[in-house]
Write a protein that binds this ligand. Structure first.
Ligand SMILES: Cc1cc2nc3c(=O)[nH]c(=O)nc-3n(C[C@H](O)[C@H](O)[C@H](O)COP(=O)(O)OP(=O)(O)OC[C@H]3O[C@@H](n4cnc5c(N)ncnc54)[C@H](O)[C@@H]3O)c2cc1C
Ligand SMILES: O=C(O)[C@@H]1CCCC=N1
Length: 387
């Protein structure tokens, strides 16, 4: 066992764990970040080149957190000297008389987020090569855009190390002994700290079971599909094509979302916001493609400039809570263990603000945002008894 006692050990070096570790180190806490795989890796939820950043949400609390997150991303960008964000705008479409679109519109306008509501007759002038569904409204959250995810993750880990933080990768955590000084055992060592933060993504429940806790989380595999432009450049970021979210559609109950052609020239990323359940260690054995069939129908109808057969399919995982809101809380039995989990397919953009909140919780400070929507006690299923 290493004789050093860290202020904090963070378990899991995805975006949430890396940001949490960074804010600890920035505040002079001796911090160890443990990761099961050799970094970088593509087996969790934070890999890939791009993610959407937006304020368009149906809940005010997410808009408020995003106000902070945009500022923190800008600080990180400056500190790292790497471009992490590109503004593209986000086109949001959904039934004018539906449940979701009017709520997103109200929340954006109430929070004075720079928003353009598009009239149907001017839609195609602003958004070429896209068919707006009948009955749908459309608006643009103009400050939204693309985050360069892989670059962001690598930059934050580098900044953490430059602040004196220690990363040990290839160190799968196999045991946790809670206590005022907790011990974390990995496949090749044991480490001690006064506080622990568990940010294990799809493996959250595997880790939490080591502390006697289970959360109602469901892990699903997402087919990350890229679709070829029939005419090169039609949906290109350089031509200012926006990101989009189609809230409800005739093809699907869940959102369909897309990012302009960027990382793979001539290929636009369009995905379905749900997938089929998987064991995170067996992700590639989950071969269901029903989401791809939904996307093909949507693309054929609404995006006639794309070939309706995916050109590239990559894999990623969501860890869903029953209400799609995150878990940001203390462990119910061990106060010096803090949990960040269940980011439900929309957590990347919040990385810095989540890192800051988890740092505040683990150092006993009042969190800078209302964390009541993220408490474990909201789940009906009682937490399993502690060890
Ligand atoms: C296809 C797709 C598209 C998405 N699009 C968006 C988007 O546009 N905008 C957005 O904001 N969000 C988006 N998200 C969601 C976002 O990417 C996730 O919410 C976020 O990456 C979750 O990060 P995490 O750190 O919780 O998990 P992860 O990135 O999975 O990190 C957890 C880490 O813990 C490690 N770990 C697990 N167990 C152990 C152990 N025993 N010992 C040591 N280490 C361990 C894992 O190896 C992993 O590296 C998307 C997600 C997917 C899959
Ligand atoms: O978080 C996001 O912005 C994306 C797009 C909508 C569905 C989930 N992820």
């Amino acid at each position: 066992m290493s004789s050093q006692v860290y202020d904090c050990i963070v378990i899991g070096a995805g975006i949430q764990g890396s940001c949490t570790a960074y804010y600890h180190a920035k505040n002079n806490k001796k911090t160890l970040l443990l990761e099961q795989f050799i970094l970088p890796h593509s087996r969790g939820s934070s890999h890939g080149q791009t993610r959407i950043i937006r304020k368009a949400y149906p809940q005010d609390f997410y808009v408020r957190m995003m106000e902070d997150s945009y500022k923190l991303w800008a600080e990180l960008e400056k500190e790292a000297g790497v471009k992490l964000y590109r503004r593209t705008g986000l086109l949001v479409m959904g039934a004018e008389n539906g449940q979701q679109y009017p709520r997103v519109k109200d929340v954006l306008l109430r929070n004075r987020v720079p928003t353009v509501v598009l009239k149907r007759e001017e839609f195609s002038q602003h958004v070429p090569n896209f068919n707006l569904s009948s009955g749908d409204g459309a608006l643009v959250d103009t400050t939204a855009g693309v985050l360069y995810a892989d670059k962001a993750l690598a930059s934050i880990q580098r900044l953490f190390q430059s602040l004196g933080g220690v990363i040990k990768d290839g160190q799968k955590v196999t045991g946790i002994t809670p206590g005022a000084v907790a011990t974390v055992t990995t496949v090749s060592g044991a480490y001690q700290a006064r506080s622990l933060v568990i940010t294990a993504g799809p493996w959250a429940n595997t880790l939490l079971s080591l502390t006697g806790l289970g959360l109602p989380l469901q892990v699903v595999k997402i087919n990350v599909c890229y679709w070829q432009e029939k005419v090169p450049g039609s949906y290109d970021v350089q031509k200012r094509f926006p990101c989009f979210i189609q809230l409800e559609s005739q093809e699907a109950d869940q959102h369909i979302y897309g990012l302009p052609s960027n990382e793979y020239p001539g290929l636009m990323k369009v995905c379905y916001h749900i997938g089929k359940e998987t064991d995170p260690d067996e992700r590639d054995r989950q071969t269901d493609q029903s989401d791809i069939a939904i996307l093909q129908r949507f693309i054929a109808r609404c995006m006639p400039g794309l070939v309706p057969v995916p050109a590239v399919v990559e894999s990623c995982m969501y860890t869903l809570t029953p209400d799609s809101d995150f878990v940001l809380d203390h462990h119910p039995t061990y106060r010096n263990i803090v949990i960040g989990a269940g980011f439900s397919g929309h957590g990347f953009k919040f990385g810095p603000v989540i890192g800051k909140i988890l740092y505040e919780l683990s150092t006993g400070q009042l969190p800078s945002h209302d964390v009541s929507p993220f408490k474990i006690s909201r789940f009906q299923t009682p937490a399993k008894s502690a060890l």
